[in-house]
Design a protein around this ligand. Structure first.
Ligand SMILES: Cc1cc2nc3c(=O)[nH]c(=O)nc-3n(C[C@H](O)[C@H](O)[C@H](O)COP(=O)(O)OP(=O)(O)OC[C@H]3O[C@@H](n4cnc5c(N)ncnc54)[C@H](O)[C@@H]3O)c2cc1C
Length: 103
């Protein structure tokens, strides 16, 4: 990470060592569950999750929505919604600013 921030996954190896990458990120499956069948009730989103998505707020927000819905669906015994990183998530909104028209 360009800011020098380091991922904090300290408690996780005790729960599911195989869900932590060598770089300290959290491995997730296509439903944002930890990539370990014994911890399928645990979800990871945002910068810490090894989703393949850009490390951006927009992506973290979308992952949060999907994870929240999947937690509800899991409790209800329904099929989970898949997550796939997309181009839009990595985009940045930029204002075009104000332009003088000479009046
Ligand atoms: C300089 C900069 C500019 C950026 N600009 C943009 C931008 O313009 N657009 C965009 O979409 N994204 C931008 N990003 C990326 C965006 O900030 C991140 O992708 C987003 O914040 C990730 O959200 P997150 O919830 O995964 O992590 P974070 O927002 O980092 O939240 C993690 C939270 O966990 C807390 N925490 C950490 N350890 C513990 C602990 N042990 N116990 C309890 N709490 C803990 C932290 O204090 C923090 O509040 C920028 C990032 C940086 C650094």
């Amino acid at each position: 990470m360009c800011t020098g921030a380091a991922p904090t996954t300290k408690p996780l190896p005790g729960l599911s060592a195989e869900s932590v990458t060598s770089g300290g990120m959290i491995k997730v499956n296509g439903h944002l569950q930890l990539d370990d069948p014994t911890t399928s009730h645990t979800f990871a989103i945002g910068d810490i999750a090894d989703t393949g998505a850009m490390k951006m707020g927009r992506a973290a927000g979308l992952q949060g929505l999907i994870a929240a819905r999947n937690i509800g669906r899991q409790i209800a015994g329904r099929s989970l919604i898949p997550y796939e990183p997309g181009v839009i998530e990595g985009s940045i909104d930029m204002s075009l600013g104000l332009v003088s028209i000479g009046k």
